[in-house]
Design a protein around this ligand. Structure first.
Ligand SMILES: Cc1cc2nc3c(=O)[nH]c(=O)nc-3n(C[C@H](O)[C@H](O)[C@H](O)COP(=O)(O)OP(=O)(O)OC[C@H]3O[C@@H](n4cnc5c(N)ncnc54)[C@H](O)[C@@H]3O)c2cc1C
Length: 384
């Protein structure tokens, strides 16, 4: 009889060490240079800290948050509607880290020159580790300037929008120290062309609005409130729709189903219906697109940042692999053609990051310099 060594058939050779970077910020020389160039050097301690958190904790959390996908709980066991999403704890931990470190609000909490660039870097680091949570963090970041200009809404919405406190409970805003926001524009008949929105908004005697209609794509449906578009008497209008009514009852926001997506699984993108849902008007009736465009412009900046971040993570993992994997007697990174490919990827990745940070600098300076404001307006759309 032949005595077999245990696991004789499972020899692991020529495989790289597990990918385990120690800091996504300090290891990115081009990013550190961009931070200095674009005026955010003062924020480096916060960036170094988040680079370490995302490397050591965020990457692993990202795997779990996407492996264990969110589940819709439309009803309780007795048949009552609850319209809740159950997330894996990794999702909540990522949200907590993002909110506490200011991925959604660093620039609003401390609006000094360079703050938008610093916040863009936080978002860039977060997005490398996990993309689904970037969606509610982005929408919360982008909703802030719209809320800041809104009149007649409870000022706590604004102060809690930038708080360093993540509270995932499905409870009214008044019971929370921090809140997050979603956005509802896309309907079945039109996504890019929101002018075709069919959701109706009727004004009540107290000035609030009642919404009847649907949204075909509304991500992060557990957000505390949503900026939505609907047709009021005066035309397409922007409204703030909270999950809870002022009287403490649940708002009439029905989550119909979750989208079956190719990726971005941790993010519970949903189809929703408004069945006489309560909302506050933001801006004038008929000015919905103009009002929500400020939010959309910042989400476009986030598209630049997110794309650059994904390129960076792909490059980092490819380089990690190529440094350790051997083929034809050499490490892959020492094979001339592979080196060419990686150099091309590095160039494109770095260019995408530099563009994103430059546009963030323009958003930063936009309030002070008309030229920067004009550049930001153009470059957010072109860059996306
Ligand atoms: C992961 C994910 C999350 C999302 N979350 C949200 C959310 O939270 N809230 C929300 O409101 N929406 C959300 N959306 C929806 C998204 O914003 C829409 O998909 C987007 O606006 C495009 O609309 P559409 O899919 O209806 O495409 P369409 O508007 O039908 O466009 C189809 C294609 O035509 C192109 N196109 C459109 N107009 C023109 C033109 N004039 N010239 C040339 N090409 C054109 C578009 O670029 C697109 O490639 C999400 C989508 C995804 C994938």
């Amino acid at each position: 009889m032949i005595a077999l060594e245990p696991f004789q058939t499972h020899t692991v050779e020529n495989q790289p060490e597990p990918f385990a970077p120690d800091n996504l910020y300090t290891r990115d020389l081009a990013l550190c240079e961009a931070v200095a160039r674009d005026g955010a050097a003062w924020a480096e301690p916060a960036l170094v800290a988040y680079g370490a958190v995302m490397a050591r904790e965020g990457l692993d959390l990202g795997v779990d948050a996407n492996r264990f996908r969110p589940q819709l709980r439309s009803h309780d066991r007795y048949g009552h509607r609850v319209d809740e999403i159950e997330y894996h704890p990794a999702y909540h931990r990522l949200m907590q880290l993002g909110v506490e470190h200011g991925v959604h609000a660093f620039a609003w909490r401390d609006p000094q020159p360079g703050a938008q660039v610093a916040r863009a870097v936080l978002s860039y680091l977060h997005h490398q580790a996990e993309q689904g949570t970037s969606c509610p963090l982005t929408m919360s970041y982008a909703a802030y300037p719209v809320l800041a200009k809104a009149s007649g809404i409870d000022p706590q919405w604004l102060s809690k929008a930038s708080a360093a406190h993540y509270d995932p409970r499905n409870r009214p805003m008044a019971e929370k120290m921090g809140v997050t926001f979603g956005m509802g524009m896309t309907e079945k008949q039109g996504g890019s062309d929101v002018r075709t929105n069919s959701t109706r908004a009727s004004v009540a005697s107290d000035g609030s609005y009642t919404l009847i209609g649907h949204k075909w794509f509304m991500s992060a449906p557990m957000s505390d409130a949503f900026l939505v578009l609907a047709q009021a008497a005066g035309g397409l209008t922007c409204l703030l729709l909270p999950r809870w009514r002022p009287d403490g009852s649940a708002n009439a926001l029905r989550i119909m189903r979750l989208k079956d997506k190719l990726g971005n699984w941790s993010n519970a993108s949903s189809e929703v219906e408004f069945c006489n849902a309560f909302a506050h008007r933001i801006g004038d009736e008929g000015r919905g697109v103009a009002t929500i465009l400020e939010m959309v412009a910042l989400t476009r900046l986030e598209c630049l940042i997110g794309s650059a971040a994904e390129m960076r993570m792909a490059l980092t993992q490819a380089a990690h692999h190529a440094r350790q994997r051997q083929a034809f007697g050499k490490h892959l990174i020492d094979q001339p053609l592979m080196r060419n490919v990686l150099a091309d990827l590095a160039l494109e990745s770095e260019a995408a990051m530099v563009l994103a940070m430059r546009v963030a600098r323009a958003v930063d300076g936009g309030g002070r310099e008309p030229r920067e404001a004009a550049f930001a307006r153009l470059a957010t759309a072109v860059g996306k």
